[in-house]
Design a protein around this ligand. Sequence first.
Ligand code: NDP
Length: 258
Amino acid sequence: MREIPDRFAGKRAIVTGASRGIGRAVAERMAAEGARVGLIARGRSDLEDVASVIRGRGGECLVLPADCAIETEVEAAIDTAAATWGGLDVVVSNAGIEPADLDARAHELAASAWELVIATNLSGQFFASKHGLRHLVAGDGGSLVCIGSHCGSLGICINETAYSASKGGVLGMMRVMAADYARSGIRVNMVIPGVIDTPMNGYLKADPELFRHVTEPILAGRLGTPDEVAAGVLWLASDDASYCIGTALVIDGGVAAV
Ligand code: NDP
């Protein structure tokens, strides 16, 4: 049997969007590698499910329901984890939405849909980063990993103006945070997942035509798994990636290779 590494033994981590998909895989893997993990998302009962899995395997975590789009909620959740454990070492800013039914081409996009996506994906990652970094700065440094998307740098997400803008914003924010905090012993990096088999992509599976269009360029010939993305997130967050600063690690089954 493969031995589980303990790269996060003694580390204190926050994962936003920890109740499903990529965030859940990150939280479970990080806990399995020894981290105490603060689990943030809006839905308490989904977070409790993740917590029971982690605790059932002997891990330690806190259930911290919060809406990442509301600064005071994220701040309180992150402060609770830091107060409980005496600081933080790792922050994974992952929570996001992709409301394909609301997003649209620019001239058809309602301001309310734009504001919802920007508030959740861009302001939400800013708030989690801001309050996470506050604790990393106050401690011995650490690592922040943001989750981006090809939509943030390539015009491939047709009809998704707000989502693409939000992820482009995260890329720019990640790069400047990497520069601003590197000399404080804090590494800021990003993972750019391709098309991953999570609840977020339920709408793709419901539309065979769209599914074919989106999956055709995937050289791997299949969707990625949350665990394949989590492997990259953990690597960037760990000391194994000690020379990575401002890196945008693409995990996309080859989409961007062609
Ligand atoms: P899922 O929809 O599977 O999970 C999203 C997670 O974010 C859930 O835990 C959800 O919990 C949480 N969340 C959503 N809105 C908020 C909010 N306002 N406050 C707090 N938590 C919130 O998504 P994925 O796992 O697929 O996506 C994770 C990240 O990866 C996102 O940033 C996404 O943009 C990015 N990504 C995903 C890709 C994919 O193909 N799946 C591709 C590229 C990037 P709750 O609803 O209870 O709050």
